[in-house]
Ligand binder design. Structure first.
Ligand code: PMP
Length: 408
C-alpha cells in the first residue's frame, strides 16, 4: 500500500489541531472520507440529481440507474446472493430496529427467547429489549470468558430450543475482538433461531461473505467504511425478507393503495418508504470502489500490523488498564489510566492533537461487566501510521504525567 498516496486522498488528516499534528484515532466512531467519495457525491449533484424510481426523464433514469448500481455493488461486496437482499437504510441502528419491529413483532410469542451478547452496542441491544417488552419474550445474554472475549460455552448454554433470534456483533467497538460468527450461526440454526449480525465495526476492515457466515440478517453503516453519514444497509435472506413487514409506510414502497387497504412491493423497494438517501448511496458506492481499489485484504493486513505495533506500547504504560484480550487485538483499544477520568484523558490528548473517544461507547451493560462506567478508546484505520501510534503513546504518557504532577 502506498500510504503517502492513500493519505493524500484524505486531506482532513493533514491538519493541525490545537497547534499539533492531528492524529485521528476515533475511526470506530466514524471513518474519514476520501476525495474520490466526495468527488463522486459532488458529480452526482452536478450531473444526475433527481428522484429515483419515479420519473421517466433522463436525469431520473440516471439517478435510478446509479442508485441501483450501488445496490448491486453492495451485494457483491458482502457476497449476497442477490441485490434484492440489500435494503438501504439510514444506519446500522435503523437496520436493526427494522428487523426487531418488522420481523420480531410478527414472530415472537411470550416465553420465546432472544439471545444477544453482553458486548453489544446499544443499537443491537435496546431494540431487542423493547421487542422483548412488547412481546413477552425473554432477553438473554452470552457472557465474556476470562480473556474478555465472547464465551462460546455461554453461547451454547444460552441458545436453546426456545431461542428465536440471536443477535451478535461481528467485531466489538470496545474490546478489540472479533466474534466467531460462523460458530454462533451454527449453534443458532441448530436451535432453529435466526441470526442477526451487527457488522458496523467489521465491514470495511475485513472481507465479508454473508453466505459463508450463513447469517440471516446483517446490518452496517456507510460512515464507518469511508462513506457518508445517513446511509446504512440491511441485508436479509430473501425468504426472510418475504415474511418481514415494513415498518415505515409511504411513497414508492406500495404496490396498490385503495381507500382502506394497501399492498406492498417486495424487497428491496417495499422497505424503502419515501425518497431515500440517494446521494448517500452514491457515496457508499464510491466508498466500496475505494476500499476495493486499496484491497480489503491489504487494509486488514495493515490495520493488524498497526494494532500489533500499538498493543505492547500501550501495555508498557504503568497504571494503564487495557480492556479485551491482552495477547491480540483489532485496531480498537479501550483503556483507562488509574485515577483519571477518561474524559480528562481524552481532553488532554486532544490538546496534543490526538482524537480519541471517551465514554461508555454505547455499551453500558458491557461497561458494567468490566466494572467501569467509561473508558478512553483509540481506534485505528488503514490510513493511520506507526508515527501516529508513537505520537499517541508519547501524548498519553505526557497526559498521565501532567495529571500525576498536578495531583501529586
Ligand atoms: N454497532 C456497533 C458495534 C457500533 O460500533 C456502532 C457505532 N458506534 C453501531 C452499531 C451503530 O452505528 P450507527 O450509529 O451508524 O447506527
Amino acid at each position: 500500500m502506498d500510504i503517502k498516496q492513500v493519505r493524500a486522498d484524505f486531506p482532513i488528516l493533514n491538519q493541525q489541531v490545537n497547534g499539533e499534528k492531528l492524529v485521528y484515532f476515533d475511526n470506530a466512531a466514524t471513518s474519514q472520507t476520501p476525495l474520490p467519495v466526495l468527488n463522486t457525491i459532488c458529480q452526482y449533484y452536478l450531473k444526475e440529481n433527481a428522484n429515483v424510481h419515479r420519473g421517466v426523464h433522463t436525469l431520473a433514469e440516471r439517478a435510478t440507474e446509479h442508485y441501483e448500481r450501488v445496490r448491486q455493488q453492495v451485494a457483491d461486496f458482502i457476497h449476497a446472493a442477490s441485490s434484492n437482499e440489500i435494503i438501504f437504510t439510514r444506519s446500522t441502528t435503523e437496520s436493526l430496529n427494522d428487523i426487531a419491529r418488522g420481523l420480531g413483532d410478527n414472530i415472537l410469542q411470550p416465553g420465546d427467547e432472544i439471545v444477544i451478547s453482553i458486548m453489544e452496542h446499544h443499537s443491537n441491544l435496546v431494540p431487542w429489549q423493547e421487542l422483548a417488552a412488547r412481546t413477552g419474550a425473554k432477553l438473554k445474554y452470552i457472557e465474556l470468558d476470562n480473556h474478555q472475549e465472547l464465551d462460546l460455552n455461554s453461547a451454547t448454554e444460552q441458545i436453546t430450543p426456545k431461542t428465536k433470534i440471536v443477535a451478535v456483533t461481528a467485531a466489538s467497538n470496545v474490546l478489540g475482538t472479533i466474534n466467531p460468527i460462523k460458530q454462533i450461526v451454527q449453534l443458532a440454526h441448530h436451535a432453529h433461531a435466526w441470526v442477526v449480525v451487527d457488522a458496523a465495526q467489521y465491514v470495511g476492515h475485513h472481507v465479508v461473505d454473508v453466505q459463508d457466515w450463513d447469517a440471516d440478517f446483517v446490518a452496517f453503516s456507510g460512515h464507518k467504511m469511508l462513506g457518508p453519514t445517513g446511509i446504512g444497509v440491511l441485508y436479509g435472506k430473501q425468504d426472510l425478507l418475504n415474511i418481514m413487514h415494513p415498518v415505515q409506510f409511504g411513497g414508492e414502497m406500495i404496490e396498490d393503495v385503495t381507500r382502506q387497504r394497501t399492498t406492498f412491493k417486495k424487497s428491496p423497494l417495499g422497505f424503502e418508504a419515501g425518497t431515500p438517501n440517494i446521494s448517500g448511496a452514491v457515496g457508499l458506492g464510491a466508498a466500496i470502489d475505494y476500499l476495493n481499489k486499496v484491497g480489503i485484504k491489504n487494509i486488514e493486513k495493515r490495520e493488524q500490523s498497526l494494532a500489533n505495533y500499538l498493543l505492547p506500547h500501550l501495555q508498557k504504560i504503568d497504571h494503564l488498564t487495557l480492556y479485551g484480550p491482552q495477547d491480540h487485538h483489532t485496531g480498537v483499544f479501550a483503556f483507562n489510566l488509574d485515577g483519571l477520568h477518561p474524559h480528562d484523558v481524552a481532553t488532554g490528548l486532544d490538546l496534543e492533537g490526538v482524537a480519541v473517544r471517551a465514554g461508555h461507547h454505547c455499551a453500558q451493560p458491557l461497561m458494567h461487566t468490566l466494572g467501569v462506567t467509561a473508558t478512553a478508546r483509540a481506534s485505528l484505520a488503514f490510513y493511520n501510521t506507526k508515527e501516529e501510534c508513537d505520537q499517541f503513546i508519547q501524548s498519553l504518557v505526557a497526559v498521565k504525567e501532567f495529571f500525576s504532577n498536578g495531583l501529586g
